[in-house]
Design a protein around this ligand. Structure first.
Ligand code: NDP
Length: 300
């Protein structure tokens, strides 16, 4: 079998198009422009790249983009003051504090200081609780993107066996909650899971969020299963020349694609969906803040 490739890049472009259409309608019919504020503390190069591309895409879909760049030695009090001012700003509907924060700052404290209604990353403890109890919440962007692709591919996920590999708060756990919400039978595997290959081989849907390059091989995959590869790992690529690198997922693409029914590539799978879902969450937050109808299909 050769798997169908789930094209996250194209899907993300479609989601951004839906967001842009909704933003245009909000402006025209209600005079409201959704606004997203991103707070970056320090100069982590990867974070700077993410923040730049988030800002660019926010503007491209017609939303207001605000960036707060703070020095690496910013005090917790100063950072909390920035978040407070954004919480109180009626033109800002989404707030994202780029993680990781420098070590002297308490991430939980900072994230939980964001107004939950503006917490477009879905990391605030209130949103975690709402999601866990099946109530309307802001849903973390990466798992939301995975869910959208799975729904699009399968239609209904009801009754499918899903295995999520990884139990982080930002991917694994919310992904499992979302799959449970769509009536999958969910198993969460992690570094202590016994006979993990057998566990994964029972799955109709595998979501790998581990951070270990090409750990999951075709032998782990049930024929016809859907494989969503969240991992982003940079490895040496001597075949491209000395000192060159390339990105790979947590799944060994070629061997998994031989067995799976469908698979997301890396790059070009889950990655592009994450920013698209951030924009979707911002437009959803804006609609909720203004008591307006939410766009269809852009949240869980
Ligand atoms: P974390 O490091 O927070 O969590 C990794 C999880 O994998 C842990 O639960 C860990 O288990 C588990 N794990 C580690 N080793 C093994 C193993 N040998 N077998 C089974 N499970 C194992 O990572 P994240 O969830 O933040 O990210 C996971 C990956 O997804 C990374 O590659 C990251 O770059 C990528 N990512 C991609 C995004 C995107 O937009 N596409 C967004 C976010 C992340 P334990 O808890 O037992 O230690």
């Amino acid at each position: 079998m050769t798997a169908t490739v789930i094209d996250g890049k194209a899907f993300a472009a479609k989601v951004r198009g839906q967001v842009a259409d909704h933003v245009a309608r909000l402006k025209e019919a209600h005079g409201v422009t959704p606004g997203l504020a991103v707070v970056l503390v320090g100069e982590d190069p990867a974070s700077q790249v993410y923040v730049r591309s988030k800002g660019k895409m926010t503007v491209e879909v017609g939303m207001k983009s605000v960036e707060h760049k703070l020095d690496a030695d910013t005090s917790e009090a100063d950072l909390l003051a920035v978040v407070k001012s954004l919480n109180e700003d009626p033109e800002i509907h989404g707030i994202l504090v780029q993680l990781p924060l420098p070590g002297h700052l308490n991430e939980d404290l900072v994230i939980n200081s964001i107004d939950p209604a503006k917490d477009v990353d879905g990391f605030h403890i209130s949103n975690v609780g709402l999601l866990g109890t099946g109530q309307k919440s802001m849903v973390p962007c990466t798992p939301l993107g995975c869910l959208m692709m799975l729904r699009d591919h399968h239609g209904s996920l009801s009754g499918l066996n899903a295995v999520v590999i990884g139990r982080s708060n930002i991917v694994g756990k919310p992904m499992a909650q979302l799959l449970l919400g769509d009536s999958c039978t969910v198993t969460i595997a992690h570094s202590r899971t016994k006979d993990i290959q057998d566990v994964v081989r029972a799955a109709d849907v595998v979501v790998a969020a581990v951070g270990r390059p090409e750990m999951v091989t075709g032998e782990w995959i049930k024929p016809g299963a859907t494989v969503i590869d969240v991992g982003i790992n940079r490895i040496d690529a001597p075949e491209k020349g000395e000192g060159k690198t390339r990105l790979v997922g947590d799944c060994h693409y070629d061997s998994c694609a031989e067995v799976a029914g469908a698979i997301t590539p890396v790059p070009g799978g889950v990655g592009p969906m994450t920013i698209a879902c951030l924009l979707a969450n911002t437009v959803t937050a804006c609609c909720r803040a203004n008591g307006l109808a939410e766009p269809e299909g852009l949240t869980a």
